[in-house]
Design a protein around this ligand. Structure first.
Ligand SMILES: [Zn+2]
Ligand SMILES: [Zn+2]
Length: 404
């Protein structure tokens, strides 16, 4: 067993839970060509490699890994593809982490044999660490995905761009992290362990906070959301529901407008009765906790759409001001109108249905954004984007709610 390969294997768990193919590709390329480079050639793991390509450092393997790495990174940036990716990537990452470890062992050991003429003992002892590396990747990928789901539920359509930022960070981490691992193996293994520990604590804390935010129902004692109007178990009314926060969480202060409360909950994709998260991307759905038929009441749907439309003048005013600031006003302006005007409708529209329309709008926006830097003229860019997106998704919503 090669100790450098072993350390690399354990450290690589931290990169493989971000991407399956990119760390495998970088590892294979480093093993194949790294030893002939200055500085890089001195890394412990790369000593004596690169003479003869093995199955892992073969040109064919490297080409396939490169192609898959590009496809994976692009798919991670498309919401429609990401949904599929998150279902299967636990397995692809696990398999690639294990295979890469085996690839490193076979490449490093081949060099080892040539130097010492001792036959390789590739048996259970070599397989066992590969299983550990694969298992570690599986567990940490599950952890990463569950954290990711918290981010997705808070901002499903990535109106704030946080998911996109996470995706790019993942690419950089999976690519550069593996190079750093080659350069500073021990430090990187330690750092990876610490990061995974912190992520685990964040997850524990997030779950704990969600549960802690609940209060006991005055009638039946079941824990219910503080901003719920009624208990999902016994339907008893909650006397003083709390305010609805920007991410749909409950605030400490009591709600000041009880009549608006159901619409505020619906705007954050929560049941207007019991405040439980609504999970489907459909206008009409049933609350899993209390059985409420969401948007089945036409009057409710109409009032909901009307309430959102009342936000239009205010949002347009603010986006004009932001849009007047060349370049820097663009992103805050887009985030603002998406959260206020678009998300309340888009979160209930099934994905993919409006794909062609979305691409046409994107093209139109591309032209608009190209003009935004022009002082003065730039002021109309974000408001036009806001109105276009708003009316598109509002029409979709009305159609599905059978109103308007
Ligand atoms: Zn109750
Ligand atoms: Zn409910």
């Amino acid at each position: 067993m090669d100790i450098n390969a072993l350390i690399h294997g354990f450290g690589s768990v931290g990169m493989f839970n971000s991407r399956a193919f990119l760390p495998a590709f970088i590892t294979a390329v480093s093993l194949r060509y790294g030893s002939s480079l200055p500085i890089v050639g001195n890394f412990d793991l790369l000593q004596g490699t690169g003479a003869e390509p093995t199955w892992f450092t073969h040109n064919g393997t490297i080409t396939v890994l490169a192609l898959l790495a590009v496809i994976e990174a692009s798919a991670d940036k498309m919401p429609e593809a990401k949904q599929v990716l998150i279902e299967i990537d636990k397995y692809s990452k696990t398999v690639l982490a294990g295979l890469t470890y085996m690839g490193v062992i076979s490449t490093v050991d081949a060099g080892f044999i040539e130097e010492t003429l001792v036959p390789a003992h590739a048996g259970f002892l070599d397989m066992f660490p590969a299983l550990l590396v694969a298992g570690g990747t599986f567990l940490t990928t599950s952890l990463r995905n569950s954290l990711h789901e918290i981010v997705i539920t808070a901002d499903e359509d990535d109106d704030m761009g946080i998911q996109n930022l996470i995706s790019w960070t993942g690419d950089i981490w999976a690519g550069f992290g593996i190079l750093l691992l080659l350069a500073f193996p021990i430090i990187m293994v330690g750092a990876t362990g610490i990061v995974i520990g912190i992520l685990w604590l964040i997850k524990k804390y997030a779950l704990h906070r969600e549960e802690k935010s609940k209060v006991d129902c005055a009638s039946c004692g079941q824990p219910i959301y503080r901003h719920a109007l009624a208990c999902p178990s016994c339907s008893a009314k909650q006397e003083r529901p709390a305010k609805v926060g920007i991410f749909g969480q409950s605030k400490k202060q009591p709600a000041n407008d009880l009549e608006a409360q159901p619409y505020r909950l619906a705007a954050k994709k929560r049941c207007p009765v019991c405040a439980t998260r609504l999970t489907e991307r459909n206008v009409k759905q049933t609350c899993q906790a209390c059985g409420h038929n969401f948007m089945a009441d036409k009057e409710f749907a109409e009032k909901y759409a009307a309430r959102i439309s009342r936000r239009v003048p205010g949002v347009i005013g603010i986006t004009i001001l932001l849009s007047l600031i060349p370049v820097f006003g663009l992103i805050p302006g887009i985030i603002y109108y998406r959260l206020r005007l678009v998300a309340p409708f888009r979160q209930y529209i099934p994905r993919g249905r409006t794909l062609a329309l979305k691409w046409m709008i994107r093209l139109f926006f591309f032209v608009l954004i190209a003009l935004q830097w022009i002082p003065g003229v730039g002021g109309i860019v974000v408001p036009i984007m806001a109105l276009t997106t708003y009316s598109t998704f509002q029409k979709q919503f009305n159609k599905q709610a059978a109103i308007g």
